[in-house]
Design a protein around this ligand. Structure first.
Ligand code: UFG
Length: 341
């Protein structure tokens, strides 16, 4: 039977891919997004877009008027580690305030399941790699701190109001819809893979590698890149698990790649050189973040379909080649009122 879901940040990179997956199985989706970083053109056809901020009571009321919702998926947030080191109080205040407002509204409207986009940034200097869920939370940035707070807030929402929740700690979301319908378009773009691809395509300046003096084999940071469609799949499984209990899962492939390895893989995929220079470290970047996703594999049977780095890069490259302006062109063609079906 089709269900109805609220997806905050459904116009963003990971959120839009979840919306696509929900619509593909016949569910109804309401997206709440202020389009500050997302794109109306990224909201797949068939979803209802409510424009507004989560912290704005009137916008929340407009979104919840389209319920009742079987679950709320909360993607909308400030999400850049480096930026959060420059604007710590904005990051902590906004992410906490908006997240709490949403949790409160979800409880008030009788929602029983809540899925939080959490992050590998909960772990600054993990003692165990790949990082299991048992690893103590010790954020390395105000961004990570804000997500740790929301995970804690959800524990209280369960204790006091019985709201079940899934905290899904994404490692490095990357790639694009394998069907070519959606991709990654941040402005400005700060993420490694799209920047590497722009450098390969000759768009913009050479890539700056943020530090080559880390304690890693080639001196550059190691990350666990996870295909955005595999992340979307994990959400569909997690929301079912909430029938029995609250859950928290680290989501990655369990394999780390250095910045230099990503550049080399992109050169193989694109057949082009990636012009790059070595720059200073970026504040807040831990040297190595690799997930153990054994728990979600064992408990929910999650199996990434696109674990291979070259496939992840190939999907991102295909979308970028087809959309050199990102969502720019589709965005310009969109018109209409503040909300859109
Ligand atoms: N990097 C560069 N040059 C660039 C961009 C990135 O060298 O131009 C490096 C970074 O220093 C880092 C790696 O590439 O070592 C990946 O950087 P990203 O900015 O792509 O991703 P982050 O690891 O900083 O952060 C991402 C998400 C966060 C999330 C985090 C968890 O943006 O929301 O993954 O690992 F918390």
């Amino acid at each position: 039977m089709p269900e109805t879901y609220l997806v905050t940040g459904g116009a963003g990179f990971v959120g839009s891919h979840l919306v696509l997956a929900l619509l593909a199985r016949g569910d109804r989706v309401v997206v709440l997004d202020d389009l500050s970083t997302g794109h109306a053109a990224a909201v797949p056809e068939g979803a209802l877009l409510v424009r507004g901020r989560i912290g704005d009571r009137e916008a929340l009321a407009r979104a919840f008027a389209h319920g009742p919702f079987r679950a709320v998926f909360h993607f909308a947030a400030l999400s850049l580690v480096g930026e959060s080191m420059r604007e710590p109080y904005r990051y902590m205040a906004e992410n906490a305030r908006e997240g709490l407002a949403l949790i409160e509204a979800a409880v008030a409207h009788g929602v029983r399941r809540f899925v939080l986009s959490s992050t590998a940034a909960l772990f600054a200097a993990p003692g165990t790699i790949p990082i299991p869920e048992e690893e103590p939370v010790d954020p390395g940035s105000p961004y990570g701190e804000s997500k740790a707070w929301l995970e804690r807030a959800l524990l209280w929402a369960e204790r006091i109001h019985g709201l079940r929740s899934a905290a899904l700690r994404y490692f490095n979301a990357a790639g694009a819809d394998p069907g070519g319908r959606l991709g990654e378009d941040h402005r400005p773009e700060t993420h490694l893979i799209p920047r590497v691809l722009d450098a390969a395509a000759g768009r913009g300046p050479p890539l700056t590698v943020f530090g080559d003096d880390y304690p890693t084999p080639d001196g550059t940071c190691i990350r666990d890149y996870i295909h955005v469609a595999d992340l979307a799949e994990a959400h569909l499984l997690a929301v079912e698990a909430l029938a029995d209990r609250s859950v928290r899962y680290n989501l990655g492939n369990g394999t780390g790649y250095s910045v230099r390895e990503v550049i080399a893989a992109a050169e193989r995929v694109t057949g082009r050189a990636v012009p790059h220079v070595i720059g200073p470290r970026r504040a807040g970047d831990p040297p190595v973040l690799v997930a153990s996703s054994r728990r979600i594999r064992e408990e929910l049977g999650w199996t990434p379909r696109h674990p291979d780095l070259e496939t992840i890069i190939a999907h991102a490259w295909a979308w970028r080649q087809a959309h050199p302006d990102g969502y720019g062109r589709e965005e310009a063609a969109l018109c209409g009122g503040p909300d859109r079906r």
